[in-house]
Design a protein around this ligand. Sequence first.
Ligand SMILES: [Mg+2]
Length: 324
Amino acid sequence: MTAEGEFDLIARLAPFLTGSGEGLVIGAGDDAAVIRVGDRDVCLAVDVLVDGVHFRRDLSSFADVGWKAVAVNCSDIAAMGATPTAAVVGLCRPDDLPAADVEALYAGMDEACRRYGLRLVGGDTVRAAALALSVTVLGDVDPDRAVRRSGARPGDRIVVVGTLGAAAAALAQAVRGAEPDRDLLAAHRRPEALVEAGGALAAAGATAMIDVSDGFGADLAHICDASGVGATVDADALPAAAGVAGAASALGRDPLDFVVAGGDDYALVATLPAGVADTTAAAVGGVVVGEITAGSGPVLVAADGTTTDLTGRGWDHYRAGDRT
Ligand SMILES: [Mg+2]
C-alpha cells in the first residue's frame, strides 16, 4: 500500500500525457483514448491484471484470467459506444509458471476475442517476478461519435445496464473464508462486456457514458466531475445482482456496500436526455436509476429520504490491497 491513492497518482502523471493535438480526438481521462486514423476514430484502452491484486488463482482459472483481461478492455471500448476490433497482450511470466498455464491464459483471451468479435494480433512475453497480464484493445467508432464522460447535463436521466455488486460480494465471501456463491463468483471470473448495449446507448443519444470498474458511486462521480454536474440516484432502483442481498445478510454487511462501492461490475452507466431515456433503457435491458442535477457529485437517496454522498465511494486498488 502506498501513501497516495490511484487517482492522486493519475493526477500527478497527467502532465506527461499529451492532452491535445492534431489527430487526437479524446486524450487521457476517459474510458479510452480516441485518435483519428484516416476517416475513422480509433479507441485505445489498456488494463493490467496482477496476480494476487486483481485475481486469485484459487478463485479464477488461467483461462478465466485471460477472458477477463480482454473483456474488461472491451467494456471500456463499449463505454465509448465503440466496437472492439483488435487486441495485443503483454505477459509478465514467472519462471515457475508452466507453459500449459500460459496456453490456458491465451485460450481464455481467444474465447473472449471470439465472443466480442475482435482479434488478438500480437504481443510480448517477458520473465518477471510476478504474473501480470496487460491487454490493449483497439475499437472502431464513427468520427466524433465516441461518447465521453463530460457530456451529462442537468435533467438527463441516468441509465444502468447490467447488474451491480456480484463480483464484490463473491470476493467478500472468499475473504471471509466462505465458499463463494457460484453465480456471484462467475461475475468475478468472467465479466461480460456490454458491447451491443454501449453501441445502442450511443446511437440513442447518450450524453455521457462510463463502465463500472471502480464502483457505481465512484464511476458516476467521474461523470459528474467531467461534466461539472451533480446527480441524484434512487437507491431502490439500482439493479443489484441476484444473490447480493443474501450474501450481504450472511456477511453482516449492507448490500449497498457491494452494489454502490463494490466495483468490478462492468455494467454501463449512461446519461440520456429525459425524452429518450425510458424507451432506450427498455430497449437495452437497462433501468433508469436517477437524474443529473445542477449540483456537484452524486447523491444516493434511500426510500426513507436519507441521502448519502457517493463521491469517491468505490474501490481504489492502491488503498484496498487487502480486498482480494
Ligand atoms: Mg472504464
